[in-house]
Structure formats: C-alpha cells, structure tokens
Design a protein around this ligand. Structure first.
Ligand SMILES: Cc1ncc(COP(=O)(O)O)c(C=O)c1O
Length: 466
C-alpha cells in the first residue's frame, strides 16, 4: 500500500524549484538553530512516512544553500537537470545493485551506453575503459590504482600478489596547483605524500614544461604524472601536447584531473584549450559538476583497459566472471552500489551533444560577464578574466596607501557581505598570495538575470569605505 509520500515528495520538489528564483542563495538559519531542530533524541516510536518527509523538510528549512539555483557561483558545484533528478529518483525506486548485470540488467547497459557516449562527447579514445564512481576523488583513486599497478608491472612487480612492501618506489610528478583529491588518492594507494614531486607553474597555473622536463629526467624508477584540466582558479589547462610526449619517453603514466574542465571538450569553441588531452593514459571527471546531475556521479576512464580491469576485478565462486559481459564491479572500487548511470543517461538524453555544448558556452560567457561587470565597479580588480568558466576578482581597500593585507581583509569582508544578501553566493580563494573571490559558473539554470543580480549584489557594497 502506498503512503502517498512519493507524490508529496514530488510536490515539495516542484515547490522548491519554483521558489528558487526568489529564494536566498545562502542558508538563513544558524548552525545552532539547525542543530536544535534536527538533533533531537531518537524517537521511541516511528512516524508515518509522509510525516517523516514533512519533518525533514520543516526541520531543515533555512539550512539549504542555493547551489541548485542559478545565483550560486561558489566552489565548482553544478545543479541538477530535472530529467537527471527524476532518473535519480527512479534509480532509488528500482533499488537495484548494479555490481553485476544479473542484478541490474538494464542499469548495466545504461552504464555501458553512458561510458560510450561520454568518450565520444569528450573526445577520449573509444577503446578506453570506464568506471562510474561516487565522484572525481574515487575516479582518481581508480585511475591511479591502475597507474600504480601498471608502472610496477613494467618493472616486474605484481602489486595484487606482492603488495607494496619492498616494491620499487613510485614518484608522482604533479602540477603544484593540483586539487587536494590527488594527494588523498596517492595516500590511499600507499604511494606516500613524500614521493609527490610538485612542479612549479606559470601565472595561469600551467605546469612549467622546462621544470617538468628537468624533474622527470632526474627521477629514477617508475613514474606517474598528474595534469590539470583545468586549474581550479583560472580554468587553465596543462600543456598536454608538450608534457605527455616527454612523460611517455620516460615511461611514465599520465593521468588527467578533469573534474570539470574536461567537459568543455564538448564545445567546439573551447576544445582547442585542451588539445592533446586525449594522449593521456587515464582521465577522471564528474557528472555532478558541469554535467548537472545530482551528486554521486564520478567517472574514470583508462586507455589501457586491461590494466584497469586487472586492478579492480575480482573473482569469487558465486560470481559469474563472464568476461564477455561487462561486470560493473570489475571496474570500480565498490561492490554493491546504485545504478549511477541513469542520471547521466537522462542528462545526456535531455541535452544531446548540442545541449552540452550550449551549456558549456553559456556558462563561460556568464562567468566572463560577471567578472567584467564586477571589474567595472569601484575598488575592484580583475585578477583572472575567464577564458573558461572560472574567474577571480579582488576588492581593494580604498584607503590611501592601503596594504595588500587590507585588500585581503576587504576581499574577505566583501564576500561575506555579498553572501549575506542572499542575492548571490561566492567563495574565496588565495591566488598568487592574494585573497580573491572566485567566480565559478557551471549551473544550467544560470541566466542573464542571475548574472545581473550577482553584479548588483556586489555593486551595493563596492563603493563603501572599508
Ligand atoms: C579540480 C577538482 N578535482 C577533483 C575534485 C574532487 O571531486 P569530487 O568532489 O567529485 O570527488 C574537485 C572537487 O571540487 C575538483 O574541483
């Protein structure tokens, strides 16, 4: 018997989305208020399902950031396309375990289709393997595990059998401006942070080719190289066409962090920025950023499919290890999991190639318009004018002879003041030693009106004295 809670849930969802344009982009309840409402004693007796939903919606009111909406420009957080949200709901309704096709016949084919579609869309070699992970962090883990095992196999060491104790040491050469998820994956894989070699970068955040060449030529033993697509602050891509051939000559595996930037390869206007990316050995990205599907959507691609499968696959007596049929669990670190492919399948069906391209182009244009609009206001400075979807601005203390430290303080205070209006939401960053406000546009909902409102939210404070 149905409780009616699912219908009620759809009503709540529609109300939420209809209200997004008027809703504040910040959370309006304090942490203490939220704790008082949420952190109650465990009830002795349960509630009816529809009351549970009312309770959850009621207790968390004021505690949601507007990241689903078009005026949220902090970090790199996408929204959810309605079709992807609906598919995500149906994934829970069907509640299958996509570990094996036997447990989820359709879901496993949906994932295979999504893997193929994305390789085509992002111009990644068609013979690369893929895996659907919880996010880019675990996609890095998956790719770098494959890399670790492959570079050690090249020197005659079998990690699956012998572990890492006594193995030849691997060095990982990385862009100094990498995302922290790379370091975490390296730690999880037992490679050791001490063996990370950060390579200095130029102003846009790209690895310096000559520094890289010098470092790799003087590094002994197995090597992995990790490149950016794209830099978190500037959206700049490493110089793949120069770096990857050098890495290959030295026998290194090259991995690309494409959490958001790789999606720009769907745009004919932007693909030149990441030329040569397809030469790498593995790529990690997210569905839950620029592809606008709900969270729990990461993707790993590995050119040497056999290296990937040997790293992740397992055989057990009760499992059908038929290698003709693709077992999703042979490619991911997880065993049981939900059918992550549905939400991506829906998003790609809704958008098509031209829709992803238009989304990328639109976000890049909006990012540039916001940064340039803010840059025209008094006491502001553009630190990075977007060529992708990421830009940086700084707020200057108008006091004569103000120091760099007071520009930093002004920038921090301005971000807080803008966010408190609820009209737009931004996050801060430190770039080249300076505090800055980062402008990141990845949400399909962001439109020209949102862009205007964001600039106006800044304008009301920019001419005020510090
Ligand atoms: C450049 C970059 N790489 C990796 C990650 C980690 O991705 P996820 O949070 O999906 O695990 C992020 C997350 O913000 C990112 O921006």
């Amino acid at each position: 018997m149905n409780s009616g809670v699912l219908r009620r849930c759809a009503e709540y969802a529609e109300e939420y989305f209809e209200g997004l344009e008027q809703a504040p982009a910040n959370a309006t309840s304090t942490r203490e208020e939220l704790r008082r409402a949420i952190d109650t004693p465990l009830p002795e007796n349960g509630l009816a399902p529809s009351l549970v939903l009312d309770e959850i919606v009621g207790r968390t009111r004021g505690g949601h950031l507007g990241s689903a909406g078009g005026r949220f420009f902090a970090w790199v957080i996408g929204g959810g396309l309605e079709s992807a949200i609906a598919a995500d709901w149906m994934t829970s309704v069907w509640d299958e375990n996509v570990a094996l096709p036997a447990c989820a016949p359709a879901a496993s084919i949906v994932e295979e289709t999504v893997g193929r579609w994305l390789k085509e869309l992002l111009h990644i070699p068609a013979d690369a393997s893929f895996a659907m992970t919880s996010g880019c962090q675990m996609a890095h883990f998956t790719c770098l595990a494959s890399a670790r095992n492959a570079v050690l196999k090249d020197v005659g060491w079998n990690v699956n059998r012998s572990g890492l104790c006594g193995s030849p040491q691997i060095h990982v050469l990385v862009n100094a401006e990498r995302h922290g998820s790379i370091d975490r994956a390296i730690r999880f894989l037992g490679l050791g942070e001490d063996y990370i070699i950060p390579i200095d970068t130029d102003e846009p955040g790209r690895m310096c080719v000559e520094s890289f060449r010098a470092a790799i030529n003087t590094t002994e033993g197995p090597k992995i190289v990790v490149l950016n697509a794209a830099d978190l602050n500037t959206g700049s891509f490493d110089k793949f066409t120069e770096i990857i051939p050098i890495a290959k000559t030295c026998g290194a595996w090259t991995h690309v962090d494409g959490a958001f930037g790789i999606i720009s390869r769907a745009s004919r206007r932007k693909i030149a920025l990441s030329v040569g990316l397809d030469l790498a050995d593995s790529w990690a990205t997210d569905g839950h950023k620029w592809l606008n599907v709900p969270f729990d959507s990461g993707l790993a691609f590995v050119h040497d499919a056999e290296a990937h499968r040997q790293t992740m696959a397992l055989s057990a007596s009760y499992i059908d290890t038929d290698t003709v049929v693709r077992n999703p669990m042979d490619w991911t670190p997880e065993w049981s999991r939900r059918g992550r492919g549905y939400a991506l399948y829906a998003a790609l069906l809704e958008l098509g190639k031209s829709g992803v391209e238009a989304l990328v182009d639109r976000c890049c244009l909006h990012a540039r318009t916001i940064v340039e609009g803010i840059g025209r206001l008094p006491n502001t400075e553009i630190l990075w004018r977007p060529h992708l979807n990421q830009g940086l601005v700084r707020f200057l203390d108008p006091t004569p002879n103000a120091s760099e430290a007071s520009h930093d303080e002004r920038t921090i205070a301005m971000i807080d003041a803008i966010n408190a209006t609820g009209e737009a939401f931004f996050s801060g960053t430190t770039w080249q030693g300076k505090r800055a406000m980062r402008v990141s546009v990845v949400n399909w909902r962001t439109n020209e009106n949102d862009v205007r409102r964001a600039i106006q939210a800044v304008e009301q404070f920019s001419s005020q004295p510090s």
